[in-house]
Design a protein around this ligand. Structure first.
Ligand code: ZN
Length: 115
């Protein structure tokens, strides 16, 4: 079951399918967006960041282990610059170093990364 919420009024819906927009009599129309867990958002943030920096990094180091990829993604405010989710970034920053690394590592399924 997925969790959806109208980003204008906060109305919540639980459904496996995209909820149809609800038109209320007062003229408000609910527009639903899927509510994702913080862990999911951090993973997406990490993948977006790797999408942007990965190409340049792999030109210098043609093959990287998962641990190295995670290190680069977590390094130097990269996710702040490229992650595109300030709320998830703040949450991630509040975690311990081990938790930060673990959450990001979950987003990368492969043992090695290459061009
Ligand atoms: Zn609404």
């Amino acid at each position: 079951m997925k969790h959806w919420q109208c980003f204008k009024c906060g109305h919540e819906v639980f459904s496996n399918h995209d909820p149809t927009p609800i038109n209320w009599t007062d003229g408000h129309k609910c527009v639903f967006m899927e509510v994702r867990s913080m862990e999911d958002r951090i993973g997406r943030m990490a993948l977006r960041t790797w999408d942007i920096i990965g190409h340049d990094v792999l030109q210098v180091v043609p093959m990287m282990s998962k641990a190295e990829v995670v290190e680069v993604v977590c390094d130097a405010d990269h996710m702040k610059m490229y992650g595109d989710d300030p709320q998830a970034y703040d949450h991630w920053r509040s975690l311990t170093f081990d938790e930060q690394t673990e959450t990001v590592a979950k987003a990368f399924p492969f043992e090695y990364y290459t061009m």
